[in-house]
Ligand binder design. Structure first.
Ligand SMILES: *Cc1c(COP(=O)(O)O)cnc(C)c1O
Length: 522
């Protein structure tokens, strides 16, 4: 089969008149493939010369044919490719520019890691292949586990969980299994403590795993309120989940004291290490006394985050939890070969097969390419860039917890909103017109008019400065006497394919069919 020649495909461009005159821009909704469809048009035509003289019945017996033609869009290959290419050009991506979406680590990922993940020797292996045929894959998984243990200071890790939140659930199930084994199955430990500055998935995971959330507050320096923690600690506490750096971008200053207090009542300490690029190669959760750590390989270790693609949220644990890990686990056997092993008290499977293996392969490649010095540089640069942005915004935005930040900074547009009516949301929307993706807004909840900015380590000093300058420009324009700047921000974005959408309505009244699509592109 080959692409049909242009005259047979009846390409829509340029004579068809239905193709868009300007391929990239504009607010008009992109026609769907069904709208581009022309009856009888095909993306491929079969050669007819020099072939055996088969009848349709010989090629596809009637019993295998659909009674009615399936309703599919009928488009040429050329128009099909143009359609999807136009859609990609309407999109903003990590490969296009800075994406300072706080807590999400939307950084550029090296293409060499994608190259490794596309090697046929890895990519084309069926997950059910026996260990005798997949020694290389198993060795790689064992090596990655060891690297992650060295990086986190833990004893062993499971690579199965397919996301950060799945890692949290795994960690909490490990907590439950550990306590049942040690307290003789007593249900007494039912509470898990979470600071109010934690990532939103933490309380959700606690509830999902059948524990109850106990919240502790934040002190004036943006850390855990230690006296508050003391008040809620008791022997019914299963453990504490700590997001570090917390969602204010701050390193928990009293971390050693916190782990000591929780261990004293028999609880376990969980480190939410989704944003490990803040501490990579500098400090290790294991050395701080943590029992469980999850990592987001799709944030820190070379798989793009977001877009609904596969991820990996490995969970590393201290010695006392190794026997409870999900299984079977890839292991090195005493004779040096590789195989599978199910830990004695395993909580069972968290994911089919090996987890999201190609994400794991990208992470293995990233660790090898960087080495320990390179990984440390990742953290140092991520932290430097975030502090640069914070200092550049000083005096323009409020800095609610004003101390050196880690990989991200949280600033407030509260005074700008009070003076000019321009809110954090307007700043974020106006930033799109200046060529940057918006930061996270209105999170963490403990900061009014929050803008949570994570410049990441992969952006150049020039790009990071331009991002900060754009944020300053928006605030200065908003404060202009004649009010034009404020109005511009409140009406932004005017230059993007989609304008301001009603995000609440979009979430509550999802319209997923073309027929009900509103007439404008908004
Ligand atoms: C992203 C993130 C998570 C959740 O990870 P997912 O892969 O999106 O489930 C958890 N904690 C923190 C701190 C995060 O930044």
């Amino acid at each position: 089969m080959s692409p049909a020649p242009a005259h047979e495909q009846g390409s829509l461009t340029p004579a068809g008149g239905r193709a868009r005159s300007t391929p990239l821009m504009g607010r008009a909704p992109e026609p769907s493939l069904f709208e581009l469809s022309v009856k009888g048009r095909r993306s491929a035509s079969f050669r007819t010369s020099g072939l055996p003289d088969w009848t349709l019945e010989e090629l596809v017996p009637e019993a295998y044919r659909a009674p009615e033609p399936v309703e599919l869009p009928e488009v040429s290959e050329r128009d099909l490719v143009a359609h999807f290419t136009r859609l990609t050009h309407r999109q903003y991506s990590v490969d296009l520019g800075a994406y300072p979406l706080g807590s999400c680590t939307m950084k550029y990922n090296p293409k060499s890691c994608d190259l490794a993940a596309s090697l046929a020797g890895f990519a084309d292996v069926h997950p059910a292949s026996p260990p005798s045929c997949t020694q290389g894959w198993l060795e790689l998984l064992v090596e990655l586990e060891q690297s992650l243990c060295v990086i986190t200071g833990m004893a062993a890790a499971t690579l199965q969980p397919p996301a950060g939140a799945a890692g949290e659930l795994t960690g909490l199930l490990l907590m439950r299994a550990y306590h049942s084994a040690n307290d003789g199955g007593s249900p007494a430990r039912r509470r898990v403590i979470i600071p109010d500055s934690a990532h939103g998935t933490n309380p959700a995971s606690v509830t999902l795993s059948g524990f109850e959330v106990t919240t502790v507050g934040t002190n004036a320096r943006g850390g855990v309120d230690i006296d508050g923690l003391r008040r809620v600690l008791d022997t019914d506490v299963a453990g504490m989940m700590l997001t570090n750096p917390n969602t204010l971008g701050l390193f928990e200053e009293e971390i050693a004291e916190i782990t000591r207090l929780v261990h004293d009542v028999g609880g376990l300490m969980y480190y939410d290490g989704a944003n490990l690029n803040a501490i990579l190669g500098v400090v290790r959760p294991g050395d701080m006394g943590f029992d469980i750590v999850h990592l987001n390989l799709h944030k820190t270790f070379a798989t793009p985050h977001g877009g609904g693609g596969p991820g990996a949220g490995p969970v590393a644990v201290s010695e006392r939890l190794v026997d409870f890990l999900p299984g079977p686990r890839p292991v090195r056997r005493p004779d040096g070969s590789f195989g599978w092993h199910k830990p004695e008290h395993s909580i069972g499977r968290i994911h089919s097969w090996h987890g999201n293996a190609l994400v794991l392969l990208r992470a293995w490649t990233y660790v090898r390419l960087n080495g320990s010095d390179g990984l440390r540089r990742v953290a140092e640069t991520a932290v430097l860039n975030a502090n640069f942005v914070k200092e550049r915004l000083r005096g323009t935005y409020e800095l609610p917890y004003d101390r050196p930040v880690m990989h991200e900074c949280v600033v407030s547009a509260r005074s700008i909103a009070k003076e000019t009516g321009v809110r954090a949301l307007d700043v974020a929307k106006r930033l799109l017109e200046l060529g940057f993706h918006s930061p996270t807004v209105y999170f963490p909840h403990i900061v009014d008019e929050a803008l949570m900015i994570e410049p990441t380590e992969t952006e150049s000093p020039q790009t990071v400065a331009a991002l900060a300058d754009a944020l300053v420009q928006i605030a200065e324009e908003a404060r202009a006497e004649d009010g034009t700047g404020a109005a511009a921000a409140q009406g932004a974005p005017a230059t993007t394919p989609v304008g301001r959408v009603d995000e609440t309505r979009a979430a509550r009244h999802l319209i997923a069919t073309i027929d009900q699509r509103p007439p404008s592109g908004g």
